[in-house]
Design a binder for this molecule. Structure first.
Ligand code: ADP
Ligand code: MG
Length: 253
């Protein structure tokens, strides 16, 4: 059974159809990298997967369990209650381009907040968990700093630790290195690579082609709301079939 199954997903913003019947399955432990031009629907797909966006048609299943579906073609609402949606968001962690850490909380407090507030974990236990996660992302010594005193790369690693603190089954990454200075990109990608090595199921939207080739089990190329081409990184990146993908890859040469 796939970890994630997306069937016939359609999403529109007003008259604009942004996702045009997307089908995508992700196996447990698989790392899927999504590439595509700006505006092709990558972020919207991740946001639907995390139930941050309602959609018009289709189904999303996590481990065979239906988590999101639309009421009908014009309802544009999820039938799920908000509390069901919140549970899904616990299972599916997401990290964005903007780190969105709480500025008036220390690093360790940022990481502890979810487990304590959402999962009802005891503070001492959450503190231990946060300590472990900060060690994992290489930031133990910054635990008591405030986010503003950290570099962008460090803040993004805190954001990853914060998502992991919910102990999700799946992690979604949406261009998490795009806002970083080039010299800070590597430290964030290393953390994601380590998660891949540990077997985390991940869907990663990125423009880092080398990273896609190294870490992706599969590359999915989206354009204009459809999956144009997908397959092993070596095939998709080295021997693209479609003219659109060939054109897209040219910019990285
Ligand atoms: P990508 O992440 O691939 O750059 P997005 O998923 O962000 O693409 O956007 C896909 C399309 O949907 C774009 O045309 C974008 O302008 C449009 N879009 C995204 N979010 C909204 C929104 N909240 N309201 C209206 N249009 C949106
Ligand atoms: Mg985007």
């Amino acid at each position: 059974m796939p970890m994630i199954e997306i069937k016939g997903l359609r999403k529109r913003f007003g008259d604009l159809e942004v996702l045009k019947r997307i089908d995508l399955s992700v196996e447990r432990g698989e790392v899927v990298v999504i590439l595509g031009p700006s505006g092709s629907g990558k972020s919207t797909l991740l946001r639907c997967l995390n139930l941050l966006e309602p959609f018009e048609e289709g189904e999303i299943l996590i481990e065979g369990k239906l988590i999101g579906y639309s009421v009908n073609g014009n309802g544009a609402r999820l039938r799920n209650s908000e509390s069901d949606n919140a549970k899904v968001r616990e299972q599916v962690g997401m990290v964005f381009q903007s780190f969105n850490l709480f500025p008036h909380r220390t690093v360790v407090q940022n990481v502890m907040m979810g487990p304590v507030k959402v999962r009802g974990m005891a503070k001492a236990e959450a503190d231990r968990l946060a300590g472990d996660l900060l060690e994992k992302v290489g930031l133990s010594e910054k635990a008591d700093e405030y986010p503003a005193r950290l570099s962008g790369g460090q803040q993004q690693r805190v954001a990853i630790a914060r998502a992991l603190a919910m102990e999700p089954q799946v992690m979604l990454f949406d261009e998490v290195t795009s806002a970083l200075d080039p010299e800070l990109v590597g430290e964030v990608l290393r953390v994601i690579r380590q998660l891949a090595d540990e077997g985390m199921t991940m869907v990663i939207v990125t423009h880092e082609i080398h990273f896609a080739r190294d870490v992706g089990d599969r590359v999915v190329f989206m354009d204009d709301g459809v999956i144009v081409e997908q397959g092993p990184p070596s095939q998709v990146l080295m021997e693209p079939d479609s003219p659109r993908l060939k054109l897209f890859l040219r910019r990285f040469q």
